[in-house]
Design a protein around this ligand. Structure first.
Ligand SMILES: [Zn+2]
Length: 658
């Protein structure tokens, strides 16, 4: 299945390599004929007929690595001949990569364009554009389904025919489909099957201009669902930094901005949380290089200075987004930014509808989790935790369930006294009714529970949701009855209804619960078969290494409370679980290297368990299901099958040591 997806003989031009990721958001390297660009990247839009900041300045002073210009406009201008003779790089005086647009947006502004797809694609190729765009058909948000469908069909036809004229230029295929998610997804899918290099999401400017961010999200998500994950995605016309974080979170890599200039001509100052009329500026609220020595009147009187400020702020926001990806806190960043405008907040709230899709790309563990509002409980990592508790958890033998309220973490320390008395008096177990859903006490150290910070006062919406999550858990029928903690009398009541005691080996209970949570229901039976020994850290007293029948099967990471799989553990899981569970299947060429402990590169992956998430522990196997190695996945199945470059599994131990 993966074979057909891989384009044959493609050059590096336009190819993307994943470097760091957090969910769909990624820091990647985009190769072009004029050098490599680190994405997410902002491409300032440059019009050679009207330069407010020169490309030379953009490169030297702003460290801009890629530009965008409109081939359609140049084609119609007096610069046309020069562009053809000297090439676009000399015309603009810029050595780095240049992306060109084809005029689809002008079709939106003027209702029509007087250039053919062939003419504009050939022109882009002739002027040496690095990333050229086929002339897609722009759908308006109010267009009917029939109109949008026709636009998609025509866009696909034009992308297909453009392939013959592109030469060495990387070709950008734009997803259209108006506000119809199924059309957007189908368009993305069809484009993915063509040997294109980059994709764009088009027809979105009217949504951004109208503050229709909830619609924008639907459009981006639908497009991303259809598109293959190894290609860079450009969000057309998203030039205001207010949307950068949200768009990157949903997997957009490239942005073009003419806003920095447009807003400046309009006397408006861009901020990461909105826009300010410079006529109202009394205090210098910015210290970017343009503003450092300026006074409000300088920004009012000097449009170039204002444009420079606008660009600095836009570029800075993307740097902040990248830093947030690096720290694994992009959700937090986006949740904060989305509080800048009610329309963005509304968009953020609708994201939970896509949590299953987003979860597929979410790292198993990421940065700390700060609660910023009720939306935080719908983050993919939290959703995953809840789902795994429902699907994978099996409790120790007990009749009753004590339901404890949200408390400072770790719960087992906060509630140590109560738990001790509980196990002595009753055949009962405990769960914390947390804001994120029920947390069995053995899992209180697992990501993201122990790594989260919440206010004591929770929003009503969250309290209601946690009630619903708890009911789902209780409905599984693990326990004969449950009681909410109301004080010591609850223990007495539990002792009456479930008399007796539980001799719970907490280390063992934890070891089991974590193994099932991480590797799947029933995994603990196999991983922890035989005589189990826990080696604890002398400093913290926490479990570090787990041995079963003398074999080192697992190590427990203090940082996220999850396991690192050792080869002996891998052998046990491999025997216990049938293919494809936990497996990454590699080609014959790759197998001998992985056997000796070398990493698995994405292009050698033949298949993968679809339940594997980035940073999951996996079993590397060959075609005959021989266990070659254990390691940590850096991608999910979709990504492993699509990417041509980069590491898919960081191998820890090969079955055959060097
Ligand atoms: Zn400034």
């Amino acid at each position: 299945m993966c074979k057909e997806l891989r384009p044959s003989g493609s050059s590096l031009n336009g190819m993307l390599e994943l470097r760091e990721r957090s969910g769909l958001a990624r820091i990647a390297r985009l190769s072009t004929r004029h050098g490599t660009v680190e994405t997410p990247a902002l491409m300032p839009v440059v019009n050679p007929a009207n330069l407010i900041i020169s490309p030379k300045d953009l490169a030297e002073r702003f460290k801009v690595s890629i530009l965008m210009t409109n081939a359609y406009i140049i084609h119609r201008s007096e610069n046309r001949e020069r562009a053809l003779q000297e090439g676009i790089h000399r015309l603009l005086g810029f050595d780095g990569p240049i992306m060109t647009d084809s005029g689809a947006f002008q079709q939106h502004v003027y209702g029509r364009v007087d250039v053919s797809n062939e003419k504009v694609v050939r022109f882009q190729e002739a002027i040496g554009s690095d990333l050229g765009t086929a002339l897609d058909v722009f759908s308006e948000p109010d267009d009917s389904r029939e109109t949008c469908q026709a636009a998609v069909e025509e866009t696909l036809r034009r992308c297909e025919e453009a392939l013959q004229w592109r030469g060495d230029m990387a070709l950008v295929g734009t997803v259209q489909g108006g506000l119809y998610p199924d059309l957007r997804e189908a368009c993305g899918k069809s484009l993915s099957e063509m040997p294109l290099q980059v994709h764009a999401i088009g027809g979105v400017v009217p949504l951004m201009e109208g503050y229709r961010f909830a619609d924008l999200i639907e459009v981006i998500v639908a497009g991303k669902k259809g598109l293959r994950p190894d290609r860079a995605v450009h969000l057309f016309g998203a030039g205001h930094p207010i949307t950068f974080g949200l768009a990157v979170l949903l997997g957009c890599d490239l942005f073009d901005s003419s806003s920095y200039a447009k807003y400046a001509y309009d006397g408006r100052m861009i901020t990461p949380w909105g826009t300010l009329k410079v006529s109202q500026l009394k205090h210098m609220t910015c210290h970017c290089p343009a503003c450092a020595d300026a006074e409000p009147k300088d920004l009012r009187e000097n449009v170039r200075l204002l444009a420079e400020h606008n660009l600095h702020v836009s570029l800075l926001e993307l740097e902040e987004v990248k830093q947030a990806i690096h720290q694994g806190i992009l959700w937090e960043h986006v949740e904060r930014r989305c509080r800048a405008h009610p329309a963005l907040l509304e968009a953020l709230k609708t994201l939970r509808r896509h949590v299953d899709f987003l979860e597929r790309y979410e790292n198993l563990v990421d940065g700390s989790l700060f609660y910023t509002g009720p939306e935080s409980i719908w983050r993919p990592s939290v959703h995953r935790f809840r789902r795994r508790v429902l699907q994978r958890y099996s409790p120790p033998e007990a009749q009753g369930l004590l339901i404890l309220p949200e408390a400072p973490r770790p719960y087992s320390r906060t509630y140590a006294g109560i738990l001790q008395r509980l196990y002595r008096k009753a055949k009962a177990h405990a769960v914390v009714k947390s804001a994120f859903g029920p947390v069995p006490i053995e899992l209180d150290g697992v990501y993201p529970i122990a790594q989260s910070v919440l206010p004591r006062q929770l929003d009503v919406e969250v309290i209601e949701a946690s009630e619903i999550f708890l009911r789902e858990f209780v409905r599984l029928g693990h326990f004969a009855f449950g009681m909410l903690w109301e004080g010591e009398e609850t223990l007495e009541e539990l002792a009456k209804r479930a008399p007796g005691a539980i001799s719970l080996d907490m280390d063992m209970a934890r070891a089991r619960a974590i193994a099932d949570h991480q590797f799947g229901a029933g995994a603990s039976k196999h991983l922890l078969r035989g005589k189990v020994e826990h080696v604890k850290s002398r400093k913290t007293g926490k479990i570090r290494n787990v041995y079963a029948d003398g074999e080192h099967v697992l190590s427990l990471r203090a940082r996220d409370g999850l396991y690192t799989l050792k080869l002996a553990g891998g052998v046990r899981l491999h025997k216990a679980f049938k293919s494809p569970r936990l497996r990454v299947l590699v080609s014959e060429e790759s197998a001998p290297f992985n056997l000796q402990g070398k990493n698995v590169f994405a292009k050698f992956v033949m298949d993968c368990d679809e339940e594997v998430r980035p940073l999951d522990e996996v079993l590397v196997v060959d075609d005959a299901d021989n266990l070659l190695a254990v390691g940590r996945a850096l991608m999910n199945r979709e990504e492993m099958l699509a990417f041509q470059r980069g590491v898919a599994v960081k191998v820890r131990e090969g079955s055959k040591p060097l």
